[in-house]
Design a protein around this ligand. Structure first.
Ligand code: 0WD
Length: 255
């Protein structure tokens, strides 16, 4: 198994124990990494703190970071820099769209809903990269989470699919930009996983059933599988990989 001993990673987007970010946190914790957690707003603070207390390592730095607020993001990474000096990577596990825009006709998407999804789910990666860059070690690694709905039309994914397309292209432009500092930027395209965010996608159960029936591995993706792939991307074993989208989806994307 991979060792990330002596390395520090920021995990952004743990909402509860079902969060994909939590799967990543567990894999990195197992690999011996030191972790820093950020949460969106006060209502998540307690649940994140309680969860983090269950990990093996002692991860003390848990900070608010609302990605829609530039000053908040700047302050968050400034604090991280002051507390730990440098970081070796970060996991971006953040997305949001209005529930009413995750079903029905895409042509009815509102301007406000479109921009909100782009703001939280896509632009956030760029603003985070900007403020993480000064404290990122050479050979640092950034991982963002995406979904196949950003490559092709999936039922009800609608405005979030457009945001994921934008996120995936941001990964490539950021990889091209930050490569000169030795920083790698990649995406994991996860199969569908039942989380709080997934609840917003209409008829999510039939999406899960479709994977079980048709994906090459005939089963759904687990947060652990995504977590272990993130640990690999953060590790030295992945030192030659940047600008890539790795599908962790039981092979569904080849169909
Ligand atoms: O099937 C799935 N669940 C898949 C999810 C398949 C493929 C990809 N993904 C992606 C999501 O699009 C997202 O990018 O994985 C990432 C993590 O999503 P998740 O684990 O499915 O969802 P969840 O546990 O709900 O965490 C998402 C979190 C938010 O939780 P809330 O309850 O607010 O939706 O994103 C965070 C927040 O913790 N978030 C924010 N963080 C900072 N600032 C903000 C914000 N403004 N808004 C939401």
């Amino acid at each position: 198994s991979i060792s990330l001993e002596g390395k520090t990673y920021v995990v952004m987007g743990v909402a509860n124990k079902r969060s994909i970010a939590w799967g990543i946190a567990r894999s990195l914790d197992k690999a011996g990494a030191r972790l820093i957690f950020t949460y969106a707003g006060e209502r998540f603070e307690k649940s994140v703190r309680d969860l983090v207390a269950t990990l093996e390592g002692n991860h003390e730095l848990i900070l608010p970071c609302d990605v829609t607020d530039d000053e908040n993001v700047a302050a968050c990474f400034e604090t991280i820099g002051k507390e730990v000096g440098e970081i070796h990577g970060l996991a971006h596990c953040i997305a949001f769209a209005k529930t009413e825009e995750l079903s029905g006709d895409f042509s009815e998407t509102s301007r406000e809903g479109f921009l909100l999804a782009q703001n939280i789910s896509s632009y956030s990666l760029t603003i985070i990269a900007k403020y993480a860059k000064p404290i990122m070690a050479e050979s640092g690694s950034i991982v963002a989470l995406t979904y196949i709905g950003g490559e092709r039309v999936m039922p009800n994914y609608n405005v979030m699919g457009v945001a994921k397309a934008s996120l995936e292209m941001s990964v490539r432009y950021l990889a091209a930009d930050l490569g000169k500092h030795g920083i790698r930027v990649n995406a994991i395209s996860s199969g569908p996983i039942r989380t709080l965010s997934a609840k917003g996608v209409s008829d999510f159960n039939s999406i899960l059933r479709e994977i079980e029936e048709k994906a090459p591995l005939r089963r759904n993706t687990t947060p652990e599988e995504v977590g272990d792939t993130a640990a690999f991307l953060f590790s030295d074993m992945a030192r030659g990989i940047t600008g890539e989208t790795i599908h962790v989806d039981s092979g569904y994307h080849i169909l």
